[in-house]
Design a protein around this ligand. Structure first.
Ligand code: PMP
Length: 359
C-alpha cells in the first residue's frame, strides 16, 4: 500500500437502485412515482428565466421553506430543506447523534442509516423487528444516543400507528427521535401532529415519492426551533447553497396543487390494493404495505431466481441480499398497466415452473 493510501477513508457505501435505460424497461425498483409531477411544475419550468442561473440561489431557500411552513401550519423557523431527504437525514445524523451511546434503528430498515452511522463514526445498534417484521416500541426503551425509523418502514411497508410512534417518542425524551416519513402520504397519520408536545422529535419528508419529484432532489424536516437551528448551523458549516434554483421554485409550485397531489396518491393506493390481491392469488405472501411498494415472497420460487428472470424480461425490482430479506423482492407500485405487465410475466413464469395452478 502506498503511504497516502493509508489515509484514505474506507467506507462501505449505500448502493442505490439501478437506473437502467431503454424503451422497454419497466422500472419498479426505486419507489419512484409512475405519474408526472403536478402540471404547474411544468408551466413553471417552461417559464423559468435561465438568466437567473448566473447567480447563487437563496441560501435560506425561503421560497420553499415559507411555502412548506404555510402548508403544514408551522412557523418558518421550524422548517429545514435539503437535497432530497438523504441530505436532510445526513445533516441530522451529523447534528444530533453525537453521543457515546448507540443510535437505535430497526435491523430491517433503510440501509442508509447504517452507512451514515459508519461514515460519521456514530455508535449504533440495529434492533431486530419481530418475526412478522413489526417494530416493537418497547425494544427502544433503553439507553441510547438517538432513535431513527421510517414510518411506514422500508422495505417492509408496515405502518406504526400514531399512538405507537408517540409512545416511542415519549419514552425517549433524552435523545433526538427522527421519524423518516418518506412514504407517509400513501396511507399513514403523520407524526407532525406530535410536534407541539415533543421538542426532541424531528419529522423528515421527501418530494421524491408522493410528489413525483425524485429527480429534483427535495427533502425537508420539521421540528422544534432548537433542532432546526442546529441543522442550519451544520448545513452552513458544510455547504451554504445546497438547493438549486429550479428545485426551490418547482418544489414550491408542486405544493400549490393539492388536488393533483391527492389524485395521484389515490391512484397509487388503489393500484397497490389491487396488487395485493393479485400477488396473493399467485402464491406470494407480503407484509400489509401502506407505502408505494410491496415486499413479496413466493412460497415456491426463490426471490433471487425471480429477480433474475424479471430482469431478463426488462422488469427491474429490488432484491436485497441481506439477512432476513434474502427471499424477498421489493416491488414499487407502478400504473395499472405497468403492474399488468409484471403480473402477466409472473403468472406465465410461475405456471411454467409448476409454482402456481394453471387455470
Ligand atoms: N428514507 C427512506 C426510508 C427511503 O426509502 C428513501 C428513498 N431511497 C429516502 C429516505 C431518501 O429519499 P430522497 O433522498 O429521494 O428524499
Amino acid at each position: 500500500m502506498k503511504k497516502w493510501e493509508v489515509n484514505i477513508r474506507r467506507v462501505v457505501p449505500y448502493v442505490p437502485g439501478e437506473q437502467p435505460k431503454g424503451e422497454k424497461i419497466l422500472k419498479l425498483n426505486t419507489n419512484e412515482n409512475p405519474y408526472p409531477p403536478a402540471p404547474g411544475v411544468r408551466r413553471a419550468l417552461q417559464e423559468m428565466d435561465y438568466g437567473r442561473f448566473r447567480k447563487y440561489p437563496d441560501p435560506a431557500a425561503e421560497e420553499l421553506v415559507n411555502c412548506l411552513a404555510d402548508y403544514h401550519h408551522v412557523e418558518r423557523n421550524r422548517v429545514f430543506v435539503g437535497v432530497g431527504s438523504d441530505d436532510v437525514l445526513a445533516m441530522a445524523f451529523l447534528s444530533f447523534f453525537n453521543s457515546e451511546k448507540p443510535l437505535l434503528f430497526p435491523d430491517v430498515s433503510y440501509s442508509f442509516y447504517k452507512v451514515w452511522a459508519e461514515l460519521f463514526g456514530i455508535p449504533y445498534e440495529a434492533v431486530p423487528l419481530d418475526e412478522t417484521f413489526r417494530i416493537r416500541p418497547r425494544d427502544y426503551d433503553r439507553e441510547n444516543g438517538g432513535v431513527i425509523f421510517p414510518n411506514p418502514n422500508a422495505p417492509t411497508g408496515l405502518l406504526l400507528g400514531l399512538e405507537q410512534v408517540e409512545d416511542m417518542v415519549r419514552h425517549n425524551q433524552d435523545s433526538v427521535v427522527i421519524v423518516d416519513e418518506a412514504y407517509i402520504d400513501f396511507g399513514g397519520r403523520s407524526a407532525l401532529e406530535l410536534l407541539g408536545r415533543y421538542e426532541n422529535l424531528l419529522v423528515v419528508r421527501t418530494f421524491s415519492k408522493a410528489r413525483s419529484m425524485a429527480g429534483m432532489r427535495i427533502g425537508f424536516a420539521i421540528g422544534s426551533r432548537e433542532l432546526i437551528r442546529a441543522l442550519h448551523d451544520v448545513k452552513y458549516s458544510f455547504n451554504s447553497y445546497t438547493m438549486n434554483m429550479p428545485s426551490l421554485a418547482l418544489g414550491a409550485e408542486s405544493v400549490k396543487d393539492e388536488a393533483y397531489f391527492r389524485k395521484t396518491i389515490g391512484k397509487i393506493v388503489d393500484t397497490r390494493e389491487k396488487a395485493k390481491k393479485r400477488f396473493g392469488s399467485l402464491g406470494f405472501s407480503f407484509p400489509d404495505s401502506m407505502a408505494n411498494f410491496i415486499l413479496v415472497k413466493h412460497e415456491k420460487v426463490p426471490a433471487e431466481e425471480l429477480f433474475e428472470a424479471l430482469q431478463k424480461e426488462g422488469i427491474y425490482v429490488r432484491y436485497f441480499k441481506q439477512p432476513r430479506l434474502e427471499n424477498y423482492l421489493r416491488i414499487t407500485i407502478g400504473t395499472d398497466e405497468e403492474m399488468e405487465r409484471l403480473f402477466a410475466f409472473l403468472e406465465d413464469y410461475l405456471k411454467e415452473h409448476g409454482a402456481v395452478q394453471a387455470w
